[in-house]
Design a protein around this ligand. Structure first.
Ligand code: IPM
Ligand code: MG
Length: 368
């Protein structure tokens, strides 16, 4: 029987539609070689949706997302000047991304920080630091903490403007994401770095208490505790020590961008956002309005998000691996995209051309 999957496609803003166009080609190549059907339903989302539909996350998009098997989301948001034309609560981050995460309770955010040895020239780190490449799975809690806590602003008794934001977690929220991280550690090198700030934050004290309880169920996983500030340094000086890392929402937002930094570009950062019943997939980066429409954006993170969807939502691990291998083979053959500084001999290709080369290689890999 043919497997058939429904996917909501949210191309997003600025470079979103360009990189999405390349990512969607993966479904065409896969369906040519496998007994599988993908139904793609394009929906408005983000700043463009605000202008066309009056809402950054329109009702019709919610209806489609509720029905589908998985959601593929491009980057959203406009330049600072353009964003000012949109009311604060409808700006793409607050009006679209956070509500999408909340709606499907996508509490576990998988952000692979991966660079093969033969792609090491893209990294700003020295070869003796990178050694055999970088292979880290950063797991970020995605629906709690400061980004979702109660907020208040006003003027205090002294007449000064003030703001108050709340960092709140309960033990169940902490436990569920930590379990996911331990499970991933078991599937990988059985080492989990627990990233926290328990020397200052009470939320980290509770986080660590819960971790001590959870780890009992995963006796084969070695736990290494590391303060978040020290982790930032360690990612630059010795990324090879990390395998799986787990942390709360804001720490994960910041350290995952640093992950893009040690790879050489945020364009190399796809992600998966996993909830109990629904998952969505997106690049970790923004919509880069400054380079939109020029056919120079790197579609790797968008194509990689499809690779993650194939594996995590549709159990197509071999096909997912082929997508990764196809992208690697293009870079390893000496090509690069404009965001990557690859040194003298590399040939810089456009968004489309990178897509062409990846799809040609994927076609070969799936034919065998
Ligand atoms: C990310 C982004 C988002 C976040 C923004 C756009 C709301 O930076 O996915 O890392 O902070 O989570
Ligand atoms: Mg971020």
């Amino acid at each position: 029987m043919t497997n058939a999957y429904k996917i909501a496609v949210l191309p997003g803003d600025a470079i979103g539609p360009e990189i999405m166009a390349q990512a969607l080609r993966v479904f065409d190549v896969v369906r040519q070689h496998r007994d599988v059907e993908f139904e793609l339903i394009e929906c408005p989302f983000g700043a463009s949706a605000y202008f066309s539909h009056g809402q950054a996350f329109p009702e019709e998009t919610k209806v489609v997302c509720d029905q589908v098997d998985a959601i593929l989301k491009g980057p959203v948001g406009l330049s600072h000047a353009e964003s000012l034309k949109i009311p604060v609560e409808e700006q793409a981050e607050r009006g679209a991304i956070l509500p999408l995460r909340a709606r499907y309770n996508t509490f576990a955010n998988f952000r692979p920080i991966f660079l093969s040895k033969d792609m090491a020239h893209f990294s700003p780190l020295k070869p003796e630091i990178i050694r055999d490449g970088i292979d880290i799975l950063l797991i970020r809690e995605l629906v709690g903490g400061l980004y979702f806590g109660a907020k208040e602003r006003g003027t205090n008794d002294a007449g000064l403007r003030y703001v108050k934001e709340t960092l709140e977690y309960d033990e169940a929220q902490i436990r569920q994401v930590q379990r996911v991280a331990f499970e991933q550690a078991q599937l990988r090198k059985k080492r989990l770095h627990n990233i926290h700030k328990s020397n200052v934050l009470l939320s980290s004290v509770l986080w660590n208490e819960v971790l001590e309880e959870v780890r009992v169920d995963y006796p084969d996983v070695e736990v290494v505790h590391l303060l978040v500030d020290a982790a930032a340094t360690a990612l630059c000086l010795n990324p090879g020590q990390f395998d799986v890392m787990v942390m709360e929402n804001m720490f994960g937002d910041i350290l995952s961008d640093q992950g893009g930094g040690i790879l050489g570009s945020l364009g190399l950062m796809p992600s998966a956002c996993i909830g109990p019943d629904k998952a969505y997939y997106e690049p970790s980066h923004g919509s880069a309005p400054d380079i939109a429409g020029q056919n120079i954006a790197n579609p790797y993170s968008m194509i990689g998000s499809v690779a993650m969807m194939l594996e995590m939502s549709f159990a197509m691990a071999d096909e997912s691996r082929a997508v990764w291998d196809a992208m690697r083979s293009v870079f390893e053959a000496g090509y690069s995209t404009a965001d990557l500084s690859a040194g003298g001999s590399a040939k810089v290709v456009s968004t489309d051309e990178f897509g062409d080369r990846v799809m040609a290689r994927l076609d070969e890999l799936l034919a065998n």
